[in-house]
Design a protein around this ligand. Structure first.
Ligand code: PLP
Length: 381
C-alpha cells in the first residue's frame, strides 16, 4: 500500500510524532530516594514534610511570601474565589483555557466576558469599566501564554470600583516584570502545575496569597474547612497536594532553570526562522519582562497561502501535533453561549485571534532538527 505513496508522504509517515509539549522529567533514579522517604515515613498527604518543603522552596524560587499548594490549578481557582467570598458577576476573558470560566460557574458566579488586546491577547483594561454592574465583585484576568497583563491599569479600575482581582497565572510560572514576580499582583494569583505546564508536579496547583491570614483561610478551605479535631469553619473541599506530587515538585525545581533556558533559546530560534515568513505573526516580546516561553503562539494572517485550519491539518499530515490554543473561545462553549456578553460582536478581537492562532511545539527537549522540520512545514506552503 505504501508503494503507491509519493516519497515525501512516505517519509512523513515514518517521522516521529512531535507534540505541542512534552513533560520535563528528571532521571527516574533521582526520584527513588524521595519515594523511599515517603515509604519509611508513611505520611502520604495532609500537609506532610514534602508539602511543607515544596511550599517554602517555591516561595523562595518565585520570590513570593505566602504560597499554598493545591491538588490542581482548577481547584486552586475555585478555592481562590471561595477564599475571597466572591459572588455575583466576575469580569473575565474568553481567550483562555475553559477552566478559567468553569471556576466561576462552580461557584455560582456569572462570567462577564470582555474582549482582549490585539497585541498581547490579554484582557483589554479599556473594556472593563463598561462591563461593571452593581453585581460585579471581582476581575479574573489571565496572563495568557505567560504574557503579563496590564496589572497597573487593572488595579486602578479595581481600586476605583472596590473590586477584587484574582489572576489566573496558570501560564505564568517564573515570569517577572520590573525584576519581580508577576504573581505579586492582584489579591490572589493562581498557578497550575499540570503535566503540560512549564513546571509540573504531574497534577498540582498553588494560590499565592498576600498575607499569612489569607493563606490560612486557603489552607482551611483545601482541607474541608477543618481547623482541628472538633472545629470546622467553612464548607471546604479536598484540594490537598499529596506527598508524591510535592516530592516530585522538589526534584523538578532542581531542573527548572535549565528547562527555562532551553525554552528561551527555542523561542528565540523560532522568532528568527519565522520572522520573515509572509502572513505568519509571532507575538512581540514584552518589555521589562522575564518570560517563561511557556507557549509559542503564531497568528496565521490573510497573506499566508493557507488558512489556519489548513496549516493545522498540514502539520498533522507531517506528524506534528500543533494546538489551537485558544479555539473555541470559552464564550462559545454551550454553558456560556447564552450569556449576554458571550456574543462574538462583543468579542471581535478574541474571536479573530481564535480563528488565526496556532501554538507550535515548545518544550526543553525539542531539538534544533525537530524545529527545522516544523519551520519547513510552514515555509514550504
Ligand atoms: C491549565 C490551566 C488551568 C487549569 O489548571 P489544571 O492544573 O489543569 O487544573 C487553568 N487556567 C489556565 C489558563 C490553564 O492553562
Amino acid at each position: 500500500m505504501n508503494a503507491s505513496l509519493p516519497a515525501e508522504a512516505l517519509s512523513a509517515l515514518t517521522q516521529e510524532t512531535i507534540y505541542v509539549t512534552q513533560p520535563h522529567l528528571p532521571p527516574l533514579d533521582d526520584f527513588v530516594p524521595y519515594l523511599r522517604e515517603i515509604w519509611d515515613r508513611k505520611i502520604l498527604t495532609n500537609g506532610g514534610p514534602f508539602h511543607q518543603r515544596l511550599e517554602k522552596a517555591l516561595e523562595e524560587y518565585l520570590g513570593v511570601d505566602h504560597l499554598a499548594l493545591l491538588s490542581n490549578g482548577t481547584l486552586a481557582l475555585v478555592t481562590a474565589l471561595q477564599a475571597l467570598r466572591i459572588t455575583g458577576e466576575v469580569i473575565t476573558t474568553p481567550y483562555s483555557f475553559v477552566a478559567t470560566g468553569h471556576s466561576l460557574l462552580w461557584n455560582g458566579i456569572k462570567p462577564v466576558f470582555v474582549d482582549v488586546d490585539p497585541v498581547t491577547l490579554n484582557m483589554d483594561p479599556a473594556k472593563i469599566e463598561a462591563a461593571i454592574t452593581p453585581q460585579t465583585t471581582a476581575i479574573l484576568p489571565v496572563h495568557c501564554y505567560g504574557y503579563p497583563c496590564d496589572t497597573d491599569a487593572i488595579q486602578k479600575i479595581a481600586d476605583n470600583y472596590n473590586l477584587k482581582v484574582i489572576y489566573d497565572a496558570a501560564h505564568a510560572f517564573g515570569v517577572k516584570t520590573g525584576g519581580k514576580s508577576v504573581l505579586r499582583h492582584g489579591d490572589l494569583s493562581v498557578l497550575s502545575f499540570h503535566a503540560t505546564k512549564v513546571f509540573n508536579t504531574f497534577e498540582g496547583g498553588a494560590i499565592i496569597c498576600p498575607d499569612a491570614k489569607t493563606k490560612q483561610r486557603v489552607d482551611h478551605l483545601k482541607n474541608f474547612g477543618i481547623v482541628d479535631e472538633t472545629t470546622v469553619v467553612a464548607p471546604g473541599i479536598n484540594g490537598k497536594m499529596s506527598e508524591i506530587n510535592a516530592a516530585f515538585g522538589l526534584l523538578q525545581l532542581e531542573h527548572i532553570d535549565e528547562a527555562l533556558a532551553r525554552r528561551r533559546d527555542i523561542s528565540a530560534r523560532y522568532c528568527e526562522l519565522l520572522g520573515n515568513v509572509q502572513g505568519i505573526h509571532c507575538l512581540p516580546a514584552c518589555e521589562d519582562t522575564v518570560s517563561n516561553h511557556a507557549y509559542f503562539p503564531i497568528l496565521v494572517g490573510d497573506k499566508y497561502p493557507l488558512s489556519r485550519d489548513a496549516l493545522y491539518e498540514r502539520f498533522r499530515e507531517h506528524n506534528v501535533i500543533v494546538r489551537r490554543y485558544f479555539y473555541p473561545l470559552i464564550s462559545d462553549f454551550p454553558m456560556y453561549r447564552g450569556l449576554p456578553t458571550a456574543h462574538r460582536a462583543n468579542l471581535p478581537i478574541a474571536s479573530d485571534a481564535a480563528q488565526r492562532v496556532l501554538c507550535l511545539p515548545i518544550f526543553p527537549t525539542l531539538s534544533d532538527a525537530q524545529m527545522d522540520r516544523i519551520v519547513d512545514i510552514i515555509t514550504s506552503c
